[in-house]
Write a protein that binds this ligand. Structure first.
Ligand SMILES: Nc1nc2c(c(=O)[nH]1)N[C@H]1C(S)=C(S)[C@@H](COP(=O)(O)OP(=O)(O)OC[C@H]3O[C@@H](n4cnc5c(=O)[nH]c(N)nc54)[C@H](O)[C@@H]3O)O[C@H]1N2
Ligand SMILES: Nc1nc2c(c(=O)[nH]1)N[C@H]1C(S)=C(S)[C@@H](COP(=O)(O)OP(=O)(O)OC[C@H]3O[C@@H](n4cnc5c(=O)[nH]c(N)nc54)[C@H](O)[C@@H]3O)O[C@H]1N2
Ligand code: SF4
Ligand SMILES: [Mo]
Length: 747
């Protein structure tokens, strides 16, 4: 018997926990938190353990599948790529590149391989029709950041370890483990905040686990956060409590912001939000009066009718209380690499532009090069010039995660060709003609390219592969192969990769004031030659990044070799103030009143004027043992009580003749589902809550465990028409629904 201990960063969610993995005779025996990890300090959740089952899952695909007749058959990699070439190229030749649509799902952001090579593949395909899970999630956050700070990824995160007051709006980090904020062990950090006399405040239509540990919790009517935030800012203005502090002189648009929230008083907001005027005023004053405070918003504040305005006003509130970019406030992380707002001299930049193009059918805006995924079905179905006829999906399951999956499924089924990079044959990939499965996470190296940009302290960590590579391509190689195919084989996969890194090197040596300005690009290419693929890009980023060794210029600096030697990671310290250098707006100021967002206040005022909503409003929720739609096939996570229930307030249940355990029929604009009732006063009256990602009862999938308890797809209730118009994000929270006993409806 041989025992070995290895370390790997968990790549399932944004907390990026360090795992300690015990191998016995080369097989995974134990997975626990890695106590010495400089960033996650031993924290782990049940999904970390579940990676063992993910690695072993017999349903996880290991060979490419090609549809022959009605059935999927396993083929060689050469045959699979030949099929892609044979089917995709004629469509591009006949209908142009825009006939190909792309969809990228959430795990793309967590995969070192996919994250770095997806852009390479997308460039080679060259279609304007790009979609992703971002428009089901955080696009409003990027819009606010882009317009205020000049870069989509400049997202301030709460400095929880040093704050005195944390306000969480529409997030449940006790369960989600944090999002757009990489904060492993939220519970431990929040407890420490409370132990040093600080306060946690939660705004949520549900008394979530996070709300239960809070010092103060307010139920809020779904979709009305922007009203609450506007009223808080209005009350600070009215009471003369606006204090930019150290931000004085760095901020433009304060007067326009004040004008934008004028008349949205706490009294006007109270009946709309369900929060008393005095409570709104007090909350604003508490934030203004705290030594340091941070307001943070997530899914509930993003995937709703006013997501962009809400995200903007969250940051505006941090700014007008002097809490942006100070210790204990909302701060900008400084990542070791891959961070646009850390490149170059900084202080100003080009800013961002929203809506450079609009979608063909609904004229929805492009943001960050993407169209809203809620528009995808109509782009496939509607005849005419520019129609999507082929799809490439990467690590996504939009049939369950996007609105009206039934319609999207039919649309995908009608395509001329579809290829999916995915590790499961599921509700989405069952429509593909070719499925290309990547490696197990344990068979690849790992570095998070996005999450250090959102981390609650700065650190650098890399995990080498745990197991030797099996004899099949990694996803970065699959993506390069597709890039080569899409480019008509003008370049080989290897050539595309070499050209890509050479481009990065040329830009770095040309970068004024950069660490390797003026060096010989060939010399740098030689120095990178120890690595290939994603590791080569990482080495380049680390060495030229803010902590880098500059290829010898700063010998004490970071290199990939140093990270490989340090499995517990390298601590780069607490967050530090980054203004004005992190700013990339054209005038170098934080824009407190971006025109597009101020413009949307017309809609918000109309919402205030419309008065309280009468219908039940559906919101979503997460469970510790789930991750969107795709971990329901692992027994250790799937076991236990039914998690796919409709939570309803006792009064609302009684009024509809519903009791716990009954089957309810829920009807929304997009359809109806039947779902078990859970009666609880933890949910606000007038609101019901159901998780997303269920509905594993579709034919033709290969999800043996998930299919045993399929659950209902709550996204079927939405028809995909409701969008936050500024960002194109789908409204997933605050969907009007009717709820009745299932049998009664059937009769
Ligand atoms: N109603 C409602 N809907 C929601 C949400 C909500 O809160 N409420 N949340 C939204 C959010 S925040 C998100 S991020 C989206 C998620 O939307 P998606 O990303 O579309 O859906 P996931 O369920 O995350 O599906 C991930 C897919 O990636 C595959 N996969 C996993 N690991 C790998 C890998 O290493 N390589 C490859 N190639 N594939 C892999 C899985 O098999 C699965 O098919 O859902 C959104 N939908
Ligand atoms: N266990 C687990 N962890 C996950 C995931 C998972 O599926 N399971 N998914 C991962 C992903 S992709 C993401 S994006 C993150 C999401 O991370 P979070 O946003 O922290 O998680 P959610 O549970 O979606 O929390 C949203 C909260 O908003 C509330 N809410 C709904 N509507 C409104 C509203 O209008 N206003 C306010 N103020 N609140 C509202 C809901 O009741 C809910 O408590 O979680 C990640 N982590
Ligand atoms: S919280 Fe759980 S799923 Fe998320 S990174 Fe940590 S162990 Fe993995
Ligand atoms: Mo997400």
């Amino acid at each position: 018997m041989t025992h070995e201990t290895r370390y790997r960063i968990c790549s399932i969610c944004e907390a990026t926990c360090g795992l300690e993995i015990g191998l016995e005779n080369g097989e995974i025996a134990t997975i626990r938190g890695h106590d010495a990890d400089v960033f996650s300090r031993g924290y782990v959740c049940p999904k970390g353990f579940a990676m063992k089952e993910l690695h072993a899952d017999p349903d996880r695909l290991r060979k490419p599948l090609v549809r022959r007749g009605g059935d999927f058959v396993e083929v060689s990699w050469a045959e699979a790529f030949a099929e892609v070439e044979r089917r995709l190229l004629p469509i591009m030749a006949e209908h142009g590149r825009q006939a190909v649509g792309l969809y990228f799902g959430n795990p793309s952001a967590h995969s070192f391989s996919i994250g770095l090579y997806l852009p390479v593949m997308a460039r080679a395909v060259g279609t304007p029709n790009s979609y992703s899970a971002s428009t089901l999630d955080q696009i409003p956050r990027h819009v606010a950041s882009g317009l205020m700070y000049g870069d989509w990824m400049s997202v301030p995160v709460p400095d929880i370890d040093r704050t005195d007051m944390l306000v969480v709006i529409g997030g449940n980090p006790m369960v989600s483990n944090g999002s757009m904020w990489t904060v492993p062990d939220f519970r431990g950090r929040a407890k420490a905040l409370q132990a040093r006399g600080g306060r946690l405040v939660v705004i949520d239509p549900k008394r979530t686990l996070t709300a239960r540990m809070a010092d103060e919790h307010h139920f809020i009517v779904p979709g009305t956060d922007a009203v609450l935030l506007a009223a808080m800012i209005q009350s600070l203005v009215a009471d003369g409590l606006v204090d930019l502090g150290h931000l004085e002189g760095r901020v433009a648009g304060l007067e326009r912001l004040e004008e934008a929230v004028r008349d949205i008083t706490p009294e006007a907001a109270a009946p709309i939000t369900g929060i008393a005027a005095e409570a709104i005023r007090k909350l604003a004053r508490d934030i203004a009066g705290a030594r340091a405070a941070a307001v943070y918003g997530r899914m509930g504040a993003s995937t709703q009718e006013f997501g962009s305005v809400a995200n903007w006003l969250i940051d505006a509130l941090n700014v007008v209380t002097g809490n942006l970019d100070v210790e204990g406030g909302a701060m900008f992380p400084l990542a070791p690499g891959f961070q646009n707002n850390a490149r170059g001299p900084g202080g100003r930049g080009r800013g961002v532009i929203t809506g450079r193009r609009h979608s063909r059918v609904r004229h929805a805006p492009e943001i960050m090069g993407e169209f809203p995924v809620a528009c995808l079905p109509e782009e496939i179905e509607t005849p005419g010039e520019g129609r999507i006829r082929a799809m490439i999906t990467v690590a996504g399951n939009p049939v369950l995660s996007a609105p009206d999956g039934a319609r999207l499924g039919r649309a995908l089924g009608s395509l001329d060709f579809m290829v999916s990079l995915d590790i499961y044959l599921n509700e989405t990939t069952r429509h593909a003609d070719v499925i290309l499965p990547g490696l197990s996470p344990f068979e690849e190296g790992h570095y998070d390219t996005s999450f250090p940009q959102l981390s609650t302290s700065n650190a650098a960590r890399y995990s080498p592969p745990l197991f030797p590579r099996p004899d099949r391509p990694a996803e970065w190689e699959i993506l390069l192969e597709i890039a080569s195919i899409a480019g008509g084989r003008a370049k080989s996969a290897t050539q595309i990769d070499d050209d890509n890194i050479a481009g990065t090197v040329r830009a770095a040596v040309a970068q004024k004031g950069g660490l390797i300005e003026g060096r010989d690009p060939d010399e740098i290419m030689d120095l990178l030659s120890a690595y290939r693929g994603p590791e080569r890009q990482l080495e380049m980023q680390l060495r030229t990044g803010p902590y880098g060794d500059g290829f010898g210029a700063r010998p004490e600096g970071l290199t990939l070799a140093k990270l490989i030697e340090t499995p517990a990671g390298i601590d780069l310290g607490p967050l530090t103030p980054r203004l004005p250098k992190a700013i990339r707006t054209q005038d170098g100021q934080v824009d407190l009143a971006p025109e597009v967002l101020v413009g949307d206040m017309v809609r918000l005022r109309a919402r205030v004027a419309a008065g309280p909503v009468r219908q039940l409003l559906l919101v979503g929720r997460r469970d510790v043992r789930t991750n969107n739609s795709w971990l329901h096939n692992l027994p250790v996570l799937a076991k236990g009580p039914n998690r796919c229930t409709l939570q309803i307030h006792p009064d609302d249940a009684r009024a509809r003749g519903l009791s716990a355990g009954d089957l309810a029929r829920v009807t929304g604009p997009g359809g109806a589902i039947e779902i078990e009732v859970e009666v609880t006063d933890e949910i606000m009256k007038g609101v019901v809550s159901a998780p997303h990602g269920f509905g594993h009862d579709q034919q033709g999938t290969r999800l043996g465990v998930a299919a045993l308890r399929p659950g209902a797809n709550s996204n079927q209730l939405s028809d995909g028409k409701a969008l936050d118009p500024v960002s194109g994000n789908a409204v997933l929270n605050g969907i009007p629904v009717d709820v009745a006993p299932a049998a009664q409806q059937a009769a």
